[in-house]
Each structure stands twice: as structure tokens, then as C-alpha cells.
Ligand binder design. Structure first.
Ligand SMILES: Cc1cc2nc3c(=O)[nH]c(=O)nc-3n(C[C@H](O)[C@H](O)[C@H](O)COP(=O)(O)OP(=O)(O)OC[C@H]3O[C@@H](n4cnc5c(N)ncnc54)[C@H](O)[C@@H]3O)c2cc1C
Length: 300
């Protein structure tokens, strides 16, 4: 059956956009169109779309803030599901629970405002609760999993399961055993801060450091490469003299060598070509093979 026919049967009560450029849903601000973008408001509606996609034999993928994804110019077939409308959080004592689509920075801010420590160094990461758990986002020595108590997923069989932190092996920007699962919510057990003013300062300093060090004036998806063992990707790229290197409209940020910025209407292929070029030159000059942290969707 043609997609036009199939989409007539999409579950009701959910916001859909058709043939929507992913440039509008990713922080790189470039990317081809998704055939169908669904924006469910809750887990029940998310499940309905997934059941529909399976029944119709359509691929389905999930994103949230799109701050770690590069979508190819050819776009995305099937159903792309954006969780950014699945919002909300609550604090009970030292337990902070948040829904998948809640921005991570809101969660960090709420914790700090409640005088709870454990998430303040995650301030300013422009991802979501679900995106942060999915890849154990982190910064300045703190990781999403540090204070995580448990998280709820919709598993491959579309069953809802609660996993404790220890049930998912995790490491640097890596969580194992959750392939094919969609994170619905997460709960962090935080610590009452001894000094609330110092906690506030730590958040403010973290935000200031990001403004000072990162090229936030340009679209990007943060650090392109994972940190190699005993080294920093940005230091290696800088050492190879690659700051300012361009491929079409994409550029290695002159401010932070670990970022590729959409400098001037970059196409997704410009960004990908620059990723490849940086990898090639760093390998040739230092012997280190940089591993991509960002996620590529579509055909490159
Ligand atoms: C300026 C800038 C600075 C950044 N700084 C940092 C940093 O300091 N540290 C850091 O770790 N990252 C950083 N990032 C990258 C990014 O913000 C994080 O990786 C973030 O966790 C991604 O969340 P997201 O909601 O945007 O995920 P998306 O980009 O939407 O998705 C990323 C991946 O997660 C999956 N995913 C998303 N939500 C779910 C879910 N609910 N269930 C299952 N899978 C899901 C997607 O399928 C995809 O594979 C930065 C990005 C930018 C643009």
C-alpha cells in the first residue's frame, strides 16, 4: 500500500506533520524531510503509533530535541516520532521524576532550585530527559547515570518496564541492554546540598563556561566525536590545525575544535564530509581513530 493510503489510518488524537524538513527538529538546522512526523503527548499515544507502524510495516524511529542527530538530505522514510510534547517533572523529597521529553536543563534547574545536588553540571546540555538517559549524556565530570535511580521504558515488545540503574550497563556516552527500547521517564535520587548558594553558583558557572567555550551562536550538535582514551578529541583536532576547516557550509568551529558548526547553510552532506575529513586527517597525523558520538540518520 502507498504511504498516502497508509497515513489515512494513522491513530487519531495525535499531532502529525507531513513531509516536514528535519532542519526544524534538529539543532544542526539542516536535514531532509521526514515523510511523517508524529508528536504524541503521552506514552499511551506513543504506543498506539508504534503499534500502527508495525501493522503497516513502516519503519519508526524516535527523537526528542534532535541535539545529537544529523539527518541526511534524502530525509526519513516511515514514521519519525518526536517526544518533545511528553513533558513534566515532579520532586518528592530527594526523588526527581521527569517525563522523556522534559528538557534536561529544566531538570537540572529544578534540582538546583530545590537545593538538591547531583545534576548541576548537566546544566545547559540542550537535550531531553530521554535523550540524556539513552546515551548517558554528561559534562564536567558528571553523567546522567550518576544519580539515576531507575527509568521506565517501552521495550521491544511494547511492554512497559522499570529498569534500575544497575540493570543497564553504562559507561562513557554508552548504555547497553536498552537497544530498541524507548525511554518514557526517569527518576533521580539526589542529595540535599549542604550549601544551597554554592550549588546555585555551580550551575551558574557551568552555564557561563558553556557560553565562553562553545560556539553557541551557530547551529551544531555539540561534540562530534567521543573522547578517545586518555585524550580529548578537540585537543587532537586543534593540534592537527583543523579549526576553521570547511566543507561547503560546514566548519570546524574556530572556538571549539570538537564542534562542527552549520556556518553557512550547510547541507547534511557538507557536515558528513567534514566529519570524514577530520577523522581522516586526525588518524593520519596522530594515529588516533576518532569515533563518532553523533548519530547519523538516513542515507549518506
Ligand atoms: C550546543 C550543544 C552542546 C552539547 N553539550 C553536550 C554535553 O555537554 N554533553 C553531552 O553528553 N551531550 C551534549 N550535547 C549533545 C546532546 O545534547 C545530548 O546527546 C543529548 O542527550 C541528546 O538528547 P536529545 O533529546 O536531543 O536526543 P536526540 O538528538 O533527539 O536523539 C539522540 C539519540 O537518542 C535517542 N533518543 C532520544 N530520546 C529517546 C528516548 N526517549 N528513548 C529512546 N531513545 C531516545 C534517539 O533515537 C537518538 O538515537 C550537546 C549538544 C549541543 C547542540
Amino acid at each position: 500500500m502507498k504511504l498516502e493510503e497508509q497515513i489515512k489510518n494513522l491513530p487519531a488524537g495525535i499531532e502529525y506533520l507531513f513531509n516536514v524538513p528535519m532542519a526544524a527538529y534538529t539543532t544542526y538546522k539542516t536535514g531532509g524531510a521526514a515523510d511523517v512526523l508524529a508528536l504524541p503527548a503521552d506514552a499511551a499515544r506513543l504506543k498506539e503509533i508504534l503499534i500502527f507502524a508495525r501493522g503497516a510495516g513502516l519503519p519508526a524511529r524516535v527523537l526528542c530535541m534532535g541535539s545529537n542527530i544529523l539527518v541526511s538530505g534524502g530525509g526519513l522514510r516511515g514514521i519519525t516520532i518526536c517526544l518533545k510534547n511528553m513533558r513534566g517533572f515532579e520532586i518528592n523529597g530527594t526523588l526527581l521524576r521527569a517525563a522523556a521529553g522534559e528538557p534536561l536543563d529544566n531538570i537540572a534547574a529544578a534540582a538546583v532550585n530545590a537545593g538538591l545536588e547531583g545534576m548541576e553540571f548537566l546544566s545547559g546540555i540542550p537535550g531531553s530527559c530521554g535523550g540524556a538517559v539513552y546515551m548517558n549524556a554528561g559534562a564536567y565530570g558528571q553523567e546522567t547515570f550518576d544519580c539515576l535511580e531507575s527509568f521506565t521504558v517501552l521495550d521491544k515488545n511494547l511492554e512497559t518496564k522499570v529498569l534500575t540503574k544497575t540493570q543497564a550497563r553504562h559507561g562513557y556516552r554508552r548504555v547497553e541492554g536498552i537497544e530498541g527500547c524507548i525511554i518514557l521517564s526517569a527518576a533521580w535520587r539526589l542529595r540535599p546540598a549542604r550549601d544551597a548558594a554554592a550549588l546555585n553558583t555551580r550551575r551558574a558557572d557551568t552555564l557561563a563556561k558553556r557560553i565562553q567555550k562553545q560556539p553557541l551562536d551557530y547551529p551544531s550538535a555539540g561534540s562530534v566525536f567521543k573522547r578517545p582514551l586518555d585524550n580529548f578529541a578537540s585537543a587532537l583536532i586543534d593540534k592537527c590545525g583543523l579549526k576553521g576547516l570547511r566543507a561547503g557550509g560546514a566548519m570546524v568551529s574556530p572556538k571549539h575544535a570538537g564542534f562542527i558548526i552549520n556556518y553557512d547553510n550547510a547541507t547534511p552532506q557538507d557536515v558528513k564530509n567534514l566529519m570524514d575529513e577530520v577523522q581522516k586527517r586526525v588518524l593520519a597525523q596522530t594515529g588516533v581513530k576518532l569515533e563518532l558520538e553523533q548519530i547519523l540518520w538516513g542515507d549518506f
